[in-house]
Ligand binder design. Sequence first.
Ligand code: 13P
Length: 249
Amino acid sequence: MRRPLMAANWKMHKAAGETRAFFEKFKPLVERADHCDIVIAPPFTSLAAAAEAARGSNISLAAQDMHWEKKGAFTGEVAPGMIRDAGCEYVIVGHSERRNFFYETDDSVSRKLAAALDAGLTPIVCVGEKLEEREAGATELVLTRQFFGAFSALTASQFSRIILAYEPVWAIGTGRTATPQMAADAHRLLRKLSDERFGTEVAHNLRILYGGSVKPDNIKGLMAQTEIDGGLVGGASLDPDSFAAIVNF
Ligand code: 13P
């Protein structure tokens, strides 16, 4: 059995004070949730407040991005060691907003991945097709390209330390969720690719999260699919009651 994981991606929301207020309400709502891992990814500037607020709780932290170099002249970037030091165990890599608005490529995703693993972080790697790609029947092609673009340099033992997130771009922030069936089909494809490249056991143990308009009222249907191992939640993770309802699906 794969252990479910519910991750909040706050994107560019919540300064330190709002972060503290969120944790104060959220922690008691999930303190008995031992059926799943809980991860929150605040903006960099709120990580210190989140780390302080999450201390001693069942909530882990993620960064939303990072650079692949350990240090250097890279204005505006944050290194893997810095986010570890700030209290993160996880890092989101290759989110579609990074790929589409900030020109992240499969190559930079693959470099970040290697650096994250090197630093002892657990990468949550996002893949997903755009609407026009789905409508053109290219979903499988796009997911396959992103999969090999990100993972072909990894060994099976490295790959066994990552978490995948399937986030169809057309479902992000649109209120338009993939049906549980559509999500499960994509997850099955990703698991098949993992099996072919890294072997059956690694593929079987791989956790694949679904992201894209996950809400308290659709999480149960999604989690009923054995292929879906958790959620990566944007908008609905900003409110403590709503994210707690998702965690306690
Ligand atoms: P929404 O839940 O707001 O659709 O965002 C999903 C997402 O991008 C999580 O990384």
